[in-house]
Unconditional design. Sequence first.
Length: 158
Amino acid sequence: MIMASRKQKIGWKLRVRKRLAGLLRRGGVELGEGRKLRAIVFGTRDGLRARRLGFEIMVSAGALLMHNLGAKQEFTVVGRKVRPTFHSALRLRYMFRNRWMLWRRHAWYFPHWAAFDLIYSHYNLLRILAFEDHRLQKMIAVIRGSWDGLCNKRGEIL
């Protein structure tokens, strides 16, 4: 397991801030035969970057990551369980802004991932509209976040 040298609290979660490319340049990861990355990679961005660098992503189905994904509640609709996340409007704005940035950088290299992420983002919008509170505020945040991503705005959202 790779431990980050610096951690920063950004409101809703503790995020590891060490870049994958920096780890590779400094020899901070152990490479095995067949160029397999033997490290814990946090997040979609780092996984996509590793794939573009030619590394194979290995998944441990038994791994458990304890973190907060909102205040999930479970609903049953036509016999199927639906679990909206109830993220804050600010977090949704960040998520949709960053989604556009990831699509811009990686969609042409990984169209199957981009298609899945596009469908999943629409599924999340439906869950927000159908089950969550503060729908209008959250939809405005989604639109603003998407606009920020399309305009390539970065940094902290005020």
